[in-house]
Design a binder for this molecule. Structure first.
Ligand code: FE2
Length: 386
């Protein structure tokens, strides 16, 4: 996150003794990334962040493989046949490579534990649902249309307002989600041509630190393994923090789309970059306004990208048979574009009414066995039908 934030009462200088009201010392903890070269924050805790009572290994969530999936376009219904579960166990990973994992979460139970993903940054798009993301950094309310960015290693407690009808899109990334470089000045400030500004990014609000002893459970996911930590202090005992590393939210409705006289490619719709992927979104906007414009995408082959589109709602002019929660995958090496009749139908269009989230990965994605269970089997050949 390229914006500096601070919460609570901070000492004027780092690495100095800071007292609690009872005279004891606050414990300064640096949370740094990429050695000391990435974003970091400094947290002041009531107690030692290193306290732990017991560690045991649990079986990690399993994703079935689909090693023989042919190279072709895919369409599948990612919200169908949900298995249920909590914020961790309800995850279904459909696509993955060594940098990125893409899936959905439809929690119908609450996770009775703190959770920390120490292997991946998590980007959660709230398709349906609302609630509160609690972390060491405070409380962050979320609602429909929000992107939640949970940096790698942040401990969270996620509470949903209701445990029915929640639908979340999940993108896990080994590298951090960042504001795309073409939106930023050399110093990191968001430039005037960007589709959003700093003011629409929401940070957690820190309340009173939890100082109470008790029995607390932390699930730590890392390196393909899952561990349970038994803690005797509440992990959200931070009295103050500052820096650039914290969870934040951004609502898709705060994205101001850029439109052109003729069709503009996805980099104008980018929301976040990582070193291995780009996340973009499509929101309702005026159509390209040249009198002869084709206002939907042209056919294209992007040999170095796998392109994944998650359909949120609206009318998707370039696709047939998609519905809420539909996902299309167009792998590099195979051309893609509108289905028969779609370009003709789109000519003269004045506006587009679509909400979708797109993931482009710069390395090929593997399909998992979850795709097979919710597959639209006709999609790959749908361009050959009138
Ligand atoms: Fe495309």
């Amino acid at each position: 996150m390229p914006f500096y934030r601070q919460q609570g009462e901070l000492p004027r200088k780092k690495h100095t003794a800071v007292r609690k009201p009872d005279g004891g010392l606050l414990r300064e903890e640096l949370f740094s990334t990429q050695g000391f070269a990435g974003a970091y924050s400094t947290r002041y805790r009531l107690d030692l962040p290193t306290r732990v009572q017991k560690v045991r290994e649990l079986p990690p969530p399993q994703t079935p493989a689909w090693p023989k999936a042919p190279l072709q376009p895919y369409h599948f219904f990612s919200l169908e046949k949900p298995a249920g579960g909590d914020f961790l166990t309800a995850r279904r990973i459909f696509l993955e490579n060594d940098d990125v994992r893409f899936g959905t979460i439809q929690p119908n139970r609450s996770l009775q534990a703190f959770y920390r993903n120490a292997s991946a940054h998590e980007l959660v798009f709230i398709h349906r649902g609302a609630g509160v993301l609690q972390s060491e950094y405070g409380r962050l309310q979320f609602a429909e249309g929000d992107y939640l960015v949970i940096p790698k290693g942040v401990t969270v407690l996620v509470e949903f307002a209701a445990l029915v009808n929640n639908a979340l899109l999940l993108i896990e990334s080994a590298a951090p989600f960042e504001i795309p470089r073409h939106y930023r000045s050399e110093g990191g400030q968001i430039l005037e041509h960007a589709p959003y500004c700093e003011r629409v990014f929401r940070a957690p609000e820190l309340g009173e630190p939890h100082g109470e002893p008790g029995d607390f459970r932390l699930l730590l996911q890392t390196r393909g393994r899952l561990f349970e930590y038994a803690l005797d202090r509440h992990p959200f005992d931070v009295a103050a923090w500052d820096g650039y590393h914290y969870p934040f939210a951004f609502n898709i409705a705060d994205f101001n789309p850029v439109v052109g006289k003729l069709h503009l490619p996805p980099p104008v719709h980018a929301v976040f970059h990582t070193r291995a992927a780009m996340v973009s979104n499509f929101v309702p906007r005026l159509a390209d306004f040249h009198p002869e414009a084709v206002p939907i995408p042209y056919y294209h082959s992007n040999i170095d990208c796998d392109e994944v589109l998650y359909y949120v709602r609206g009318n998707f002019m370039s696709r047939r048979a998609v519905r809420e929660g539909s996902v299309t995958l167009h792998p590099g090496g195979v051309p893609h574009g509108p289905q028969p009749g779609k370009i003709e139908a789109a000519l003269g269009l004045k506006a587009l009414d679509e909400w979708a989230v797109m993931l482009d990965t710069f390395a090929p994605l593997r399909l998992t066995g979850h795709v097979r269970k919710v597959l639209d089997k006709d999609y790959a050949r749908s361009w050959s039908k009138p």
